[in-house]
Design a protein around this ligand. Structure first.
Ligand code: C2O
Ligand code: CU
Ligand code: CU
Length: 543
């Protein structure tokens, strides 16, 4: 592909020259080393000297990473911490979230400096679960005890734009902000919250700031199923247990650590003794989770980001959750005692390398949890109703509504600017020269990219003109995917669902129907947080 080729070539030239000047020279490694033979950056020592141009980091070598077994595995899956409601008034959920540095021992003999919501002296290193109901008024006092500005964004929830933690509304270190919103009828679903400050979202999330939200409906048709929560997050630790900084590959492809945690723990053990409803969150910066319970073990999907499907999807053996996505599934206990490994199966999201014309191989599969199934007593087996809740299509297919609706186009692209990469003083805290763009431009907080009218249903086409997957996310609403087109083959979406995040493959165009209800500014962006920070984000103004 031409674009990939161009990109790989410019990048590998830039890297080779930085690398030669700053690493080979300084560490006087074998001068005969053939740069064109580099298979990928991860093979190379001293790669964080992509900080190269930043003199104070120039001599730093990439930290050695802890082995994948450095965090103990096998403990029973911990229940999430729950954010206590400080309010006695019915219909009001009032609480405080303090973002702060916290030391926790994850690897034996070492402590890790994390950033967490709450002091989390014990319990999972995941933000506490906000468990609320449709109709509730939610009032969260956010206290920022971080050394940098932050915000809290309520990913997926229909909150007023000025309460949504946009990058344009930072909360300074030491400052407090009260976020207030009311959860409308129909908003029951599985959401999450995380920081959204300008150019610092990736770091704040990979240091530990992210947490789950469940909004419940009074008439939930599957409320009888016992519920289990699996919040997936990603962690990259150096061998001294410190959180490793992003290197060039992390910025380019999105950061993936050596650890995938479930409720803050590595490879926990889950005992399933009756049919259960699982809520799943992909809270990783960049990791795609193609979830499977192995081989032929089937499960039923009952929900997406924005709550229940209209009807269950039976017989699934895998489910892809892109970064930011959530799902609800029903897992059956079965008739006999068995074990399974909950796995993120191999998935090729076409990660780039620094070598011309090459992609990294597919992400290998990774065990996430060991699941022990006990035979369910017949009384513990529950039926999933064939109809979960009505979902009305935003655009009816009968009256050509899709042809008449206003259209918007979103195009993902990427480019490398060699001049910027070589500019003296360029730093790796946000690497110059890598551009991830929407509609030809990197994010500018002062610019409105698109304007919509509130209440008006629109059709957006999201086109990925890069060579890697990018998950598209739109704030403030849930949308419906209408169809997808790739390589000249168009297909309607197979099922109706409410989503706020959808993966777009290279060369693919995804069409969605969407409507905004409040006037104000909304963000839309790639949910690989490094790409978001590097500018693959834009502002929608709703009038
Ligand atoms: Cu989960 Cu704009 O983000
Ligand atoms: Cu969001
Ligand atoms: Cu992206």
């Amino acid at each position: 592909m031409i674009r990939r080729d161009f990109l790989a070539r410019t990048l590998s030239v830039a890297v080779a020259s930085l690398f030669t000047r700053n690493v080979f020279a300084q560490h006087s490694m074998h001068g005969t080393h053939d740069m064109s033979g580099m298979s990928d950056m991860e093979d190379m020592p001293g790669m964080s000297s992509m900080h190269a141009a930043d003199s104070k980091h120039a001599a730093q070598a990439a930290p050695k990473l802890a082995p994948e077994t450095a965090i103990p595995a096998g403990a029973p899956l911990a229940a999430l911490r729950k954010l206590p409601n400080e309010s006695k008034e019915p219909g009001v959920f009032r609480a405080t979230l303090v973002a702060q540095p916290v030391r926790r021992q994850l690897m034996s003999g070492h402590s890790t400096a994390l950033w967490l919501y709450g002091d989390a002296a014990q319990g999972p290193i995941v933000g506490p679960l906000i468990d609320v109901r449709e109709g509730d008024t939610v009032e969260i006092r956010f206290v920022n005890h971080l050394p940098q500005p932050s915000t809290i964004h309520w990913h997926g929830l229909p909150v007023p734009p000025d309460q949504d933690g946009n990058p344009m509304n930072p909360v300074a270190p030491g400052a407090t902000q009260v976020y207030r919103f009311t959860l409308p009828p129909g908003s029951a679903g599985t959401y999450w919250y995380h920081p959204h400050p300008h150019m610092m979202s990736a770091e704040q999330v990979f240091r530990g700031l992210a947490g789950p939200i469940v909004v419940r409906a009074a008439d939930d048709p599957i409320a009888a199923f016992p519920e289990r929560h699996l919040f997936f997050s990603d962690l990259k630790l150096a061998s001294d247990a410190s959180i490793a900084p992003n290197d060039m590959m992390d910025w380019m492809n999105g950061r993936e650590g050596q650890f995938v945690l479930v409720n803050g723990a590595r490879r926990p053990r889950i005992e399933v003794a009756q049919d259960e409803r699982w809520r799943l969150w992909n809270g990783c910066n960049a990791r795609y989770l193609r979830l499977s319970l192995g081989g032929n073990r089937i499960f039923t999907q009952v929900g997406t980001d924005g709550g229940l499907l209209d009807k269950p999807r039976d017989g699934l053996t895998e489910l892809l959750l892109a970064p930011g996505e959530r799902a609800e599934i029903i897992v059956r206990a079965g008739e006999q005692a068995t074990t399974a490994i909950l796995t993120a199966a191999a998935y090729d999201r076409r990660k780039m390398t620094m070598t011309e014309g090459k992609s990294l191989p597919a992400d290998p599969s990774k065990a996430l949890a060991d699941v022990h199934f006990a035979p369910a007593s017949p009384s513990a087996s529950r039926a999933v109703p064939p109809a979960l809740r009505p979902i009305a299509p935003l655009l009816s297919s009968t009256d050509n509504a899709a042809d008449k609706a206003p259209r918007k186009s979103v195009v993902f692209s990427e480019a490398m600017d060699m001049t910027a990469m070589h500019r003296p003083g360029a730093t790796m805290s946000l690497p110059a020269g890598m551009q991830f763009m929407i509609n030809g431009a990197s994010f500018d907080p002062a610019r409105i990219a698109l304007t919509s009218r509130r209440g008006e249903v629109e059709v957006w086409s999201i086109e990925n003109r890069t060579d890697m997957d990018h998950p598209f996310h739109l704030h403030g609403t849930q949308f419906q995917v209408i169809g997808r087109e790739r390589g000249g083959v168009a297909a309607p979406e197979r099922y109706l669902a409410w989503r706020d995040t959808v993966n777009v493959q290279p060369g693919e165009t995804v069409r969605i129907a969407t409507v905004q209800r409040d006037a104000g500014e909304r963000m839309f962006h790639c949910h690989i947080l490094e790409h978001e920070d590097l500018g693959m984000m834009a502002t929608l103004k709703v009038v």
